[in-house]
Design a protein around this ligand. Structure first.
Ligand SMILES: [Zn+2]
Length: 301
């Protein structure tokens, strides 16, 4: 065969190969991209609207995001109003009927997890209140498995011809995750009931997992930057309620944490919060490994 002919055969084969029929998945946050990659493998192409260094509550509905969501077969978002400031606009502008709310192509992670932190009284004057319950479910590794089970089922529904492939990847992931949960349970023993101060109330699920005692938040009202008055009050709170560590998510400013740390000698650390939040948290497994490592290191100081 002549070289030209060989090349054209290769091109033809690759054009019709299943790689080109991969599902286009658009996720709102990087933890769901990481999960979709684990469960979809080479049958999916994954795009995340945000990185671990961006605040998922507030991003711009940029034209490049609209272009991505327009071609999506499936979107995976946290829900519980986390993306209320930008996702509805993207969905409207997408002209994509497959991914609208209620469709198979619209997967909402918080629907598969018991939500914590539902306010009894919804008062918007109290800041950026999450009325549906706290959406930051990825801070508890047990939630990942619940979402993984539901997402696996959804992939089977959307792309049934590749069910063997998805079943294989899910079984592999489930096995690894269960093993990791056992390992983290042991690893986090010294962190149980730890007294902490956090920046934003983003850690209710981590708190539940480790039975942390959250003494205070640096934000007096959620979503509203810490005020100096509130921080000064915190100095008094900490005097009577000892705190072992102050932490914030990688995307949050560290100024308030450092201010408080300097005055109290309590270590202030950054936690990845999601995949990509730190260099070490480069996949879902390492997200928790790094989170717990950083906390363990902080309490040894
Ligand atoms: Zn929040």
């Amino acid at each position: 065969m002549k070289l030209k002919k060989i090349i054209s055969v290769i091109l033809l084969v690759s054009f019709f190969s299943p790689a080109h029929s991969a599902l286009n998945i658009f996720t709102c946050e990087p933890e769901w991209s990481a999960l979709a990659s684990q469960l979809g493998g080479e049958k999916v192409t994954v795009f995340s609207a945000t990185t671990g260094l961006q605040d998922p509550h507030h991003i711009q509905a940029r034209p490049s995001l609209i272009a991505h969501i327009r071609n999506a077969d499936l979107i995976i978002c946290t829900g519980a109003d986390l993306e209320i400031g930008w996702l509805p606009l993207l969905l409207r502008r997408s002209s994509n009927s497959k991914i609208q709310p209620g469709q198979l192509g619209n997967f909402v992670a918080t629907e598969y997890v018991r939500l914590l932190g539902k306010p009894k009284l919804i008062d918007r004057s109290q800041g950026d209140v999450h009325a549906a319950g706290n959406p930051h479910i990825q801070t508890n590794p047990k939630n990942i498995l619940l979402v993984a089970k539901a997402l696996h089922k959804r992939l089977l529904q959307i792309d049934s011809q590749n069910s063997d492939h998805y079943n294989r990847l899910f079984n592999f992931f489930e096995q690894r995750w269960k093993k990791a949960l056992k390992h983290w349970k042991k690893m986090t023993k010294p962190l149980r009931h730890l007294e902490v101060v956090v920046h934003h109330d983003s850690w209710v699920y981590l708190r539940d997992y480790l039975k942390l005692k959250q003494v205070a938040t640096l934000e007096q009202k959620p979503g509203i930057p810490p005020t100096s008055g509130h921080l000064n009050q915190l100095l008094n709170t900490i005097r009577t309620n000892p705190v072992k560590v102050i932490f914030h998510a990688a995307y949050q400013p560290d100024k308030a944490s450092i201010w408080l740390s300097n005055r109290t000698q309590i270590p202030a650390i950054v936690l990845p919060f999601t995949v990509g939040g730190t260099e070490q948290a480069n996949d879902l497994f390492n997200l928790y490994e790094d989170t717990f490592n950083r906390l363990l290191k902080a309490i040894q100081l």
